[in-house]
Ligand binder design. Structure first.
Ligand code: KIV
Ligand code: ZN
Length: 393
C-alpha cells in the first residue's frame, strides 16, 4: 500500500496576512502566490474578498494567473460574502469557495447571537448557495474544537448534504492538545453520516505552541488536508507552520507514512520572500527556516559535524533550499572548527599558530556574540606580522 497523500492548503495570504504587521499589497500577494505555486501547495487561500476591494482584486488576479493549484477565497455563511468570493475566484482553473460559520455555543451566543437551529439552517442554505458557483465548496466549523460534538456532527452532515466536499475543523483559538485533537477527529469521522464523501481538514492555531503537533495528530486521526502558513504567520500566535509540517512528514516517514506534493527546496526561498515582503523576520532558532536551524557553535557539535553531519543534523539544509554554512564561531567553539574555517578562508595554520589564533579568537568571542571571517583574517595577519617583526628585529 502506497503512502497517503496529504493536501497542503496554504493560507499565508488570508489567515497569515490577517495578522498585525503582515499586510501585503496586491502585487506582493501575486509574487508570493507564484512562489507558493513553485512550492507545490495544493490549495492557495488567496484572501477574504468581502474584507476589502484590494483583497478581492488580489484574489481575482491570482485566480487569473496561477493555474495549477486550487484557488480559494473565504466567505462567511452570508450571501453577500459568497457572491464576492465567487466573483474573485471566477477566472480560476480550479476554483473553490471556502465558507464558514461558528459552531461552539460560546460563539453562537456571544458573537453571532443565533441559536443552534439557525446555525444549521445557515449552513445548509449557504453551502447550497456556494455550490451554484462551483462544485468545490469547503465548509469550516469555526471554533470546532470547543463545539459540542453531537451538534457539530449535525452541522457537518448538513454541510455534506448541501454539497460541501471538504470539511475543515479549526482549532480557532489554539486550545487543543495533541491527544485531544486526535480523539476529536476520530470521534467526528466515526459519527458523521457520510465521511467517505469528503476530505477532513485540520486548521490549528498556535496559541499554546501546539499547532504543528496538533495538525500532525489530526492527520494520524484521518485528516487529509492541512491548513498552514509559511513561517507559521497568522492571527495572534499564528497558524501551523507549513515548512514544519512538511519536513516532519518527510523526515519521520517511519512515524508519519504520508506524502505531500511540496518541493522542499522551495521552503527556504518562500520563507525569505515572505520575510522580505513583510519586513518581519523569524526568530533565529525557528525550526527549518531560522538562521540557526542548521548552524552549530558548540565545539563538540562542530567536531561531530565535521566527522559526519548526521551526528547533529536530522535534515540537510540543502533539502530545504537553505545555504549550508554550519560552523558558527563563538565562545563555545573548538579548535577543529577554527582550523577548518581558517582553511576555508585560505589560511592554513600549523603547530603553535593554531593554538595562538584559537586563543586570540576566543578572547574576542568573550566580548562578542559570534566571530566574523574578518576577525579571523585580522587575527591571523596580526599574529603573522608580529612573528615577522620579531624575526627581523
Ligand atoms: O481559525 C479559524 O477558525 C479560521 C476559519 C475562518 C477557517 O481561520
Ligand atoms: Zn484561522
Amino acid at each position: 500500500m502506497g503512502s497517503q497523500r496529504i493536501r497542503i492548503f496554504d493560507t499565508t495570504l488570508r489567515d497569515g496576512e490577517q495578522a498585525p504587521g503582515f499586510s501585503l499589497k496586491v502585487d506582493e500577494k501575486l509574487e508570493l502566490a507564484r512562489l507558493l505555486d513553485r512550492v507545490g501547495v495544493d490549495i492557495i487561500e488567496a484572501g477574504f474578498p468581502i474584507a476589502s476591494p484590494a483583497d478581492a482584486e488580489a484574489v481575482r488576479l491570482i485566480a487569473t494567473e496561477i493555474r495549477r493549484p486550487i484557488i480559494t477565497a473565504l466567505a462567511r455563511c452570508r450571501k453577500g460574502d459568497i457572491e464576492r468570493a465567487a466573483w474573485a475566484i471566477e477566472p480560476a482553473a480550479n476554483p473553490r469557495i471556502h465558507t464558514f460559520i461558528a459552531t461552539s455555543d460560546l460563539h453562537l451566543r456571544a458573537k453571532l447571537g443565533i441559536s443552534r437551529e439557525a446555525c444549521l439552517e445557515s449552513t445548509t442554505e449557504n453551502v447550497r448557495f456556494a455550490r451554484q458557483f462551483t462544485d468545490d465548496v469547503e465548509f469550516s466549523a469555526e471554533d470546532a474544537l470547543r463545539s459540542d460534538v453531537d451538534f457539530l456532527c449535525r452541522v457537518i452532515d448538513a454541510a455534506i448534504a448541501a454539497g460541501a466536499s471538504t470539511i475543515n475543523l479549526p482549532d480557532t483559538v489554539g486550545y487543543s492538545t495533541p491527544d485531544e485533537i486526535g480523539h476529536f477527529f476520530r470521534a467526528v469521522i466515526a459519527k458523521v453520516s457520510a465521511p467517505d464523501h469528503v476530505i477532513f481538514s485540520a486548521h490549528c492555531h498556535d496559541d499554546l505552541g501546539l499547532a504543528v503537533a496538533n495538525t500532525l495528530t489530526a492527520v494520524e486521526a484521518g485528516a487529509r488536508q492541512v491548513e498552514c502558513t509559511i513561517n507559521g504567520i497568522g492571527e495572534r500566535a499564528g497558524n501551523a507552520a507549513l515548512e514544519e509540517i512538511v519536513m516532519a512528514i518527510r523526515t519521520r516517514q517511519d512515524r508519519l507514512p504520508f506524502e505531500t506534493g511540496v518541493d522542499t527546496r522551495q521552503l527556504w526561498p518562500a520563507s525569505q520572500l515572505l520575510t522580505h515582503l513583510t519586513g518581519q523576520s523569524v526568530q533565529a532558532n525557528k525550526a527549518i527556516v531560522g538562521r540557526n536551524a542548521f548552524a552549530h557553535e558548540a565545539g563538540i557539535h562542530q567536531d561531530g559535524i565535521l566527522k559526519d553531519r548526521r551526528t547533529y543534523e536530522i535534515m540537510r539544509a540543502e533539502d530545504v533550499g537553505a545555504p549550508w554554512d554550519p560552523l558558527v564561531l563563538g565562545k563555545h567553539s573548538g579548535r577543529h572548527a577554527v582550523q577548518k574555517r581558517c582553511a576555508d578562508l585560505g589560511l592554513s595554520l600549523e603547530g603553535d599558530e593554531i593554538v595562538e589564533v584559537y586563543r586570540s579568537l576566543m578572547s574576542i568571542a568573550d566580548d562578542r556574540k559570534t566571530i566574523a571571517d574578518a576577525d579571523i583574517v585580522a587575527v591571523v595577519q596580526s599574529l603573522r606580522s608580529d612573528a615577522g617583526a620579531g624575526i627581523g628585529a
